[in-house]
Write a protein that binds this ligand. Structure first.
Ligand code: SF4
Length: 506
């Protein structure tokens, strides 16, 4: 007779069904979580390695409802949205092609990590949702974000190796540069819609570039090639020519708004964050989007703090630290090479040590989870260096790490009362409330950009008409790819007026 104990069904963690090499040609790898530009380039990387891959459709409001139905109610808003996105995609596939074909045709690759926040449990939410849909056999794979080479000894259908990881990292860096160009250009374009058109052409062109990336059989050869080769910088020079054709009018006075916040929310462009970047542009602002590269720089740099905190640093640790510093130099050098290909118009990456120092009176750098101390460091960096008139911080509903950072920000604002800060809680279904809060601070930022412009014009001693004449005499300044030096003002128009004034003798 069976005992009660033998009838208990114990919990077993999810284990994906095998994805074999032979299934590769017939299987599509799904992924998501970045902007459409980054995802298009990542798709090029997969194709380059002979995988079929496609990003999930961009997040929509309906994904929030689908996610809420299937995962635990305390989940943070990015987890709900991203789970809901996978759920809706699979529901649709099952309805069109049937369950077995859906299980056979797709696998899903998601980033993962350990740590104190939901990010370490994303896959568990996906598993819960799949279980609820009766698709427990659907295959999920984790891409650990702190390892470039996760290749198993026996090659399977998906090999997370150096070739794939390097491609994804480079796609992210190039995607960041492209996104920065987009947001620097669109608010000032003379012909509406031209930036989006050039952006689409550039993303399609770069997709091909990644698809045709030359491969080296040796993984260290591949690593060296990525750092040494001019392949991607050359491609970005082609993109520069495309952006060259866009005429901009930078004398339009617009407040500059820096976006910070939780990783997914700040990166996302769509319903998941109320399309806030486009909304800010429609309200007459220039947006500074957050590059994903800052997060990768953080992952690369933070081991140095842990290593240097060890007592009696021995030779091995010193060597490890030297290696990390070397990698960091190569990483930043690569990003700057890409910026150079676009005439240094895209912003440079902030220094990780400076972010830590700025944040240190308010938030300890070893408090991990979410963006950690960076949320505070980035807001102060933009404010003190006069890179932005205001910061809009996107904070997910039910996010523990962001709640801590927001608490610390109250202290920051006490000490820096002139920092314009709009912390917006994003739940996915309270758009009017969130945007109206942002609008209140934006009104102040608009006034600030206006005063900056008035002050800058007074410094030039010129009329607007005279400034326009200088602009007409130097048509190159009207190109989207012309770099405007920073004259100590946050808004573009003030810096631009001073720059034109400096050209008057030419
Ligand atoms: S940082 Fe916050 S919102 Fe992002 S995954 Fe972690 S808990 Fe969720």
């Amino acid at each position: 007779m069976a005992t009660a104990a033998s009838q208990v069904t114990h919990y077993t963690s999810y284990k994906a069904r095998p994805f074999t090499r032979e299934q590769r040609d017939k299987t599509t790898i799904l992924f998501g979580g970045l902007t459409w530009k980054h995802e298009r380039l990542v798709q090029g990387v997969f194709n380059n390695l002979n995988y079929n891959a496609r990003p999930l459709p961009n997040i929509a409001r309906a994904d929030l409802d689908a996610g809420k139905e299937l995962i635990d109610t305390g989940a943070c808003c990015p987890t709900i949205f991203t789970t809901g996105s996978l759920v809706n995609f699979l529901k649709n596939e099952v309805a069109v092609n049937g369950k077995q074909k859906t299980l056979d045709d797709y696998v899903f690759l998601t980033a993962g990590a350990c740590g104190p926040c939901r990010f370490g449990q994303y896959h568990e939410s996906y598993e819960m949702a799949l279980d609820g849909m009766g698709l427990k056999d659907f295959r999920l794979f984790l891409l650990a974000q702190d390892q470039l080479d996760q290749a198993p000894e026996k090659p399977g259908g998906l090999e997370i190796n150096m070739h794939l990881s390097l491609g994804i990292v480079w796609a992210i860096l190039v995607g960041d540069i492209l996104t920065d160009m987009e947001y620097l250009t669109r608010p000032y374009e003379v012909t509406p819609g031209q930036t989006d058109k050039v952006l689409q052409e550039s993303a399609d062109y770069l997709f091909e570039v990644f698809q045709k990336r030359p491969l080296r059989s040796n993984k260290y050869g591949m690593l060296a090639w990525h750092f040494i080769s001019s392949y991607f910088a050359d491609a970005l020079r082609v993109v520069r020519k495309k952006f060259d054709a866009i005429e901009v009018d930078r004398l339009q006075v617009k407040p500059k708004v820096k976006i910070t916040g939780e990783f997914w929310l700040q990166t996302h462009e769509g319903d998941g964050n109320y399309n806030i970047k486009r909304w800010l542009e429609s309200e007459g602002s220039e947006v500074m989007p957050p590059p994903v590269a800052v997060w990768l720089g953080y992952l690369l740099h933070t081991p140095l703090w842990r290593l240097s905190a060890k007592p009696n640093i021995d030779r091995k640790i010193r060597m490890k630290m030297a290696m990390i510093r070397g990698m960091e130099k190569l990483y930043n050098g690569t990003y700057n090479r890409f910026r150079k290909a676009l005439a240094y118009v895209p912003h440079e990456l902030p220094d990780q040590e400076e972010l830590k120092t700025l944040a240190s009176p308010f938030f300890h750098h070893e408090l991990r989870g979410g963006e950690g101390h960076m949320l505070i460091g980035k807001a102060l960096h933009a404010h003190l260096h006069k890179h932005a008139n205001m910061t809009c911080e996107l904070s997910p509903y039910s996010c523990m790490p962001n709640t801590m950072s927001q608490g610390a920000m109250a202290n920051v604002l006490g000490r820096h009362p002139d920092l314009l800060y709009a912390p917006i809680e994003i739940k996915g279904d309270a758009e009017v409330h969130a945007l109206s809060r942002c609008q209140m601070i934006l009104t102040e930022a608009k006034k600030r950009s206006q005063s900056e412009f008035v002050e800058a014009m007074a410094k030039t001693g010129l009329t607007l008409e005279k400034i326009r004449q200088i602009e007409e005499k130097n048509p190159k300044v009207k190109k989207a790819t012309y770099r405007i030096p920073h004259y100590g003002y946050a808004s573009t128009a003030a810096n631009y007026a001073l720059h034109l004034a400096s050209m008057r003798a030419n």
